[in-house]
Design a protein around this ligand. Structure first.
Ligand SMILES: [Zn+2]
Length: 107
């Protein structure tokens, strides 16, 4: 039986069997992770799993579970700063929305 060595933040180095480790592989490589319940303290430990960790866990017999996400989630999204003009436009839109709601009669 393969022994997988891991580290618990509370207990330090521990040994696990392949069935005690759960590996989730995300389409975005930096979001893959593995987790286990520490056999000494009982805490659930979750750590990121890079390509090398995934490879080693698979070699140890850990079953990699792929996670399904919508393709839009894997697309790059440019991150920009919200400008003051955008905030003002947003508040103006909200003000119009309140007016619209007030003019709609209840049934
Ligand atoms: Zn522990």
């Amino acid at each position: 039986m393969t022994i997988i060595k891991a580290t618990c933040p509370c207990c330090g180095d521990i040994e696990l069997t392949r069935d005690q480790v759960h590996l989730t592989v995300h389409p975005i490589k930096t979001k893959s992770f593995y987790k286990f319940v520490c056999p000494q303290c009982g805490d659930e430990v979750c750590k990121p799993a890079g390509a090398e960790v995934i490879r080693l866990l698979k070699m140890g017999g850990v079953v990699a579970v792929p996670i399904d996400v919508p393709s839009e989630a894997t697309e790059p999204h440019p991150v920009g700063t919200i400008t003051m003009d955008e905030v003002l436009d947003f508040t103006n839109q909200l003000a119009r929305l309140d007016t619209l709601v007030q003019t709609i009669p209840f049934p």
